[in-house]
Design a protein around this ligand. Structure first.
Ligand code: JAH
Length: 262
């Protein structure tokens, strides 16, 4: 996978040299380049922002540097140097929610291009123009406001690159983790069996794999009911048996009004 990132703070991306993402880059599984938006300014002050039309607080990113950056990184003709039509992703509190399902979808793309806004955001025409050339997605990580899109890009890249074939050593760990089945994961324990008078649950030391699997599902359901009733509401009802519903009740999950238990 090829990834390009455009930002006025390219130094934010230093962590991408580290750990498993750094290794994926070294192995050639990930070809990542970070670009300074000011490369595409032409005035002495290398200006990227201006006041908002219509008034209001703060500043808006001017369209011209963004237009040149996207022309350079997503040319409309396929060029011989390996350029491909990328998918443009723009972190924004006004975007569609980023989920594990979207991470899986992005992991199938050959080229991602990230545009990091700062100040109040980017002139809308940049996104409207880009959308005439490539798929564009404004994406939100949650209902809070950051200084800019850089940290959101780090999060998205971490979620996506760990799904690329060959990046994670143990592929089995991918389908047992939180969100893989629409539930939070059961609690985890390792040695020692007793620590500060606290014992690891007996069932996990029993060697009875059926009992362990059932206990983990009960715990996952109980936790999800207690912490994320929105996720329980989104489960297909046919995926829950009698015992599942009892575990949900222990987590304090209230079926929404009008919900018919079966
Ligand atoms: C803030 C540009 N949902 C997380 C998130 C993503 C992006 C931004 N804020 C929050 C943001 C200012 C300018 C993007």
């Amino acid at each position: 996978m090829r990834v390009d990132i455009v930002s006025i703070f390219p130094e934010y991306f230093a962590p991408l040299d580290l750990s498993l993402i750094g290794k994926a880059r070294a192995n050639g599984l990930l070809r990542l380049a970070v670009h300074d938006l000011r490369t595409w300014t032409h005035d002495v002050h290398r200006t990227v922002d201006d006041t908002p039309y219509g008034g209001g607080p703060g500043m808006v990113m001017r369209p011209e540097p963004w237009g040149e950056a996207l022309d350079a990184l997503a040319p409309d003709e396929l060029s011989p140097d390996g350029h491909t039509l990328p998918r443009l992703l723009v972190p924004s509190p006004a975007g569609v929610p980023f989920t594990q399902a979207m991470a899986h979808e992005l992991a199938t793309e050959s080229h991602l291009l990230f545009a990091c806004g700062r100040y109040e955001g980017i002139d809308q025409r940049v996104l409207d123009h880009a959308a005439t050339r490539m798929p564009v997605t404004e994406v939100s990580l949650g209902d809070y406001v950051l200084f800019g899109g850089e940290v959101a890009v780090l999060v998205i890249l971490e979620a996506v690159t760990r799904l690329l074939p060959g990046v994670l050593g143990n592929a089995g760990s991918l389908d047992e983790e939180s969100h893989a089945h629409g539930l939070l994961e059961a609690p985890l324990y390792t040695k020692p069996a007793t620590w500060r008078d606290l014992d690891v649950p007996e069932v996990l030391r029993s060697g009875d794999h059926a009992r362990i699997a059932r206990w983990r599902r009960d715990e996952a359901l109980r936790r999800t009911a207690a912490r994320r009733p929105d996720l329980v509401g989104a489960l297909p009802p046919e995926s829950l048996d009698q015992r599942d519903r009892a575990a949900l009740d222990r987590g304090g999950f209230q079926s929404p009004p009008g919900h018919v238990a079966k």
